[in-house]
Design a protein around this ligand. Sequence first.
Ligand SMILES: NC(=O)c1ccc[n+]([C@@H]2O[C@H](COP(=O)([O-])OP(=O)(O)OC[C@H]3O[C@@H](n4cnc5c(N)ncnc54)[C@H](OP(=O)(O)O)[C@@H]3O)[C@@H](O)[C@H]2O)c1
Length: 335
Amino acid sequence: MPVNRQLKLARRPEGRVSLEDFTVEANALPQPGEGAVLARTLFLSVDPTNRVWMKDVPQYMAPVGIGEVMRSGGLAEVVQSKLENYAPGDLVFGMTGWQDYCVLKPGGALGLAKIPTGLGLAPEKFLGVCGPNGVTAYAGMIDVAEVAPGDTAIVTAAAGSVGSAAGQIAKLKGARVVGIAGGVEKARKLVDDYGFDAGVDYRAKDFRAQLEAATPDGADILFENVGGEIMVAAIARMNPRGRIALSGMISIYNGQGGTRYDWAPIMAKRLKVQGFNLIDCAELWPRAARDLAGWVRDGKIKAEETIVEGLTKAPEALNMLFDGANVGKLLVRVA
Ligand SMILES: NC(=O)c1ccc[n+]([C@@H]2O[C@H](COP(=O)([O-])OP(=O)(O)OC[C@H]3O[C@@H](n4cnc5c(N)ncnc54)[C@H](OP(=O)(O)O)[C@@H]3O)[C@@H](O)[C@H]2O)c1
């Protein structure tokens, strides 16, 4: 008899996350009701927002409650269906949670959806560049920042899953792209592997001088993933009437603090600042995913994955995002 291993939040982590912050239970498989499927988790999507969901702070969704299965996106295989057009064997995206089996239903941007087949792409691409991360990059760069030929765009956390896609999308749309990432190797990778015009290492002592040299004519767009001092340095390079797409603030997710920022330069430069979130992108998702899958298949966008093995490694894997230990999309293989 298969059992359902579940990682339930036992306490709210302080700083780094560990398996001790969870109870690991082996329970009976859940039963799908009408309009739902039972699915077996294959891969978990490891996302910075997982860390935020563990905190009892105001956020865009309710925090995960103590005693609840840890929330997570994932790729799963349908094993039983009580939903029209879904059959055992179908590969699906949904909010699987940190568990072996889950019940999934359609609804909203993060609801159950079929993984497209026949495109010659590995299914796990639809958890990263052709899925939530790529759609975030697409929404932020195209719909929010309205990238146009001739723009200069700065992207932070640029070697990560969202950032590398955002920068490559901006290049495809005719922009000059400057990426900021941690370390010489990642800064090099942005240029050599992802085709950015410049890569800047925020860990370098001369980070600000590097950023200035990489943006001789300033910047029109900031695709912001990090917050804190890196964001402040990037805003200092913005041209009047530039656009800032606020995607994320990973530098503050592990702590309790927020980013303190003096808004005077935003006013003086008349910048447009807009936060955005994937949960509002249900309508955009099909178009974005179709474009992204085409670009990936045609080699116009490159994307990599870092895969960690085993459900119980999920807490440890999450820390990798904060250490910069991932290249591209971070996944946990469950089955
Ligand atoms: N708005 C939305 O709907 C939405 C959806 C998905 C993701 N996001 C946001 O997009 C951002 C990237 O997410 P992702 O899933 O693609 O992760 P990712 O970029 O693949 O991984 C996170 C990267 O952030 C960098 N980082 C971590 N801590 C940092 C710090 N203190 N200062 C500077 N850089 C740091 C690390 O790269 P380095 O080695 O370069 O430090 C790390 O590899 C996050 O802020 C996330 O919240 C937003």
